[in-house]
Design a protein around this ligand. Structure first.
Ligand SMILES: [Zn+2]
Ligand SMILES: [Zn+2]
Length: 360
């Protein structure tokens, strides 16, 4: 199942109509304005229009719809007021998923800021346990998303993500209510190099060892603008970034991920040929999944704002063909810092560069 994060501007059901127009199999949405701490309750009309749209599309499987929680929440916060506000926000997110019949709620675990890391981990576990206990009878699965590791964010290493889930299960006895969302861009930026088949295999082995592939409920398929191990979270069109097609080939063709939603959070817009970037990117992924002999060249997936001096999606002024797979110098330099550990190949992060949080 391939889908994309789509806008709910104008009405939640419009995201479903857009998914149908783009020929997607699944969709991810924010169920509220993600920049606000609270939202008015969902009205009955909005819920009915959402469910009617699902019905007319034949999307009866609740696993076809994914919600992404607001980025405002930080359940790891040492500030009691901010943490309470974050738990309340997450409760609203879960309630909205339940009302809309959305089975999967993806969220970023949080950031420990100035407090010790272990305290942040414990606060996330306690908060999630409280949320699971408070929503007895709900089906919404809380999906912990791995992060690139910028700043003090928790969940960069698969072992840490696994420890969060284990703690929540220990406190609630509900393994069915908590799973993982694995983002390819975040994993790559975190140091799980996906740019080649060996790296991708090592990443999958590390993920399976730590988290168990069966507990991965959602994949976020994003290529990366930044190099492996950079800890910088910048999404790129599929096949156009530092991951490239080999990494996506390994992910989309793994049997464990066959039936789960695979959501793109790649740049939006329309290419020079008038095709939606989402349509082009999903075609690339589907071609990989079908192991098509001839891959559709992702020539029209250039970012909306191409680097100055180069035209988007067409041959550069020099007449040279675009070479999207070529590794930038930074990636080659990073490759020289690669070490192989028991957990697979990890690139040591470049410590001198400060990671900026990504704007979505
Ligand atoms: Zn993501
Ligand atoms: Zn991201």
């Amino acid at each position: 199942m391939f889908g994309s994060h789509l806008s709910i501007a104008g009405g939640m059901h419009l995201a479903l109509e857009e998914a149908a127009r783009l020929g997607l199999d699944c969709v991810q949405v924010f169920t509220k304005n993600q920049q606000q701490w609270s939202a008015p309750p969902l009205d009955a009309g909005a819920v009915r229009r959402w469910k009617d749209a699902l019905g007319s599309m034949g999307w009866t499987d609740p696993g076809r719809t994914v919600s992404h929680a607001s980025y405002l929440a930080n359940m790891a916060s040492a500030d009691p007021a901010l943490r309470a506000k974050s738990i309340d926000l997450m409760r609203q997110e879960i309630d909205r998923c339940e009302a809309l019949g959305i089975a999967l709620l993806v969220f970023h675990p949080g950031a420990h800021t100035t407090a010790p890391r272990a305290d942040g981990v414990a606060r996330i576990i306690d908060a999630c346990a409280e949320l699971v206990r408070g929503t007895e009878g709900y089906r919404t699965v809380l999906c912990l998303e791995n992060v690139a590791g910028q700043g003090s964010t928790i969940g960069r290493e698969f072992e840490e993500l696994a420890a969060l889930r284990a703690g929540i299960i220990e406190a609630t006895g509900r393994p069915d209510r908590v799973g993982f969302c694995i983002d390819s861009c975040h994993a790559h930026a975190a140091g799980y190099d996906l740019s080649n088949p060996q790296g991708a295999a090592a990443m999958l082995a590390a993920l399976d060892r730590a988290c168990g592939l069966a507990s991965v409920r959602v994949l976020h398929l994003n290529d990366s603008k930044a190099s492996a191990g950079s800890r910088v979270d910048r999404h790129e069109h599929i096949g156009r970034g530092t991951i490239g097609l080999a990494g996506f080939d390994a992910l989309v063709n793994h049997a464990a991920f066959r039936s789960i939603p695979k959501i793109m959070e790649t740049p939006k817009g329309v290419g020079p040929d008038g095709r939606d970037h989402d349509a082009v990117n999903v075609a690339v992924l589907r071609a990989l999944a079908a192991r098509a002999a001839t891959m559709p060249a992702p020539v029209n997936t250039a970012p909306d704002k191409p680097p100055s001096g180069r035209s988007a999606g067409t041959a550069p002024a020099s007449g040279r063909a675009p070479a999207p797979r070529k590794k930038p110098r930074a990636a080659r330099a990073a490759a020289q810092r690669t070490t192989t550990t028991g957990r697979g190949t990890i690139r040591r992060p470049r410590r001198t560069r400060s990671a900026r949080p990504r704007k979505r």
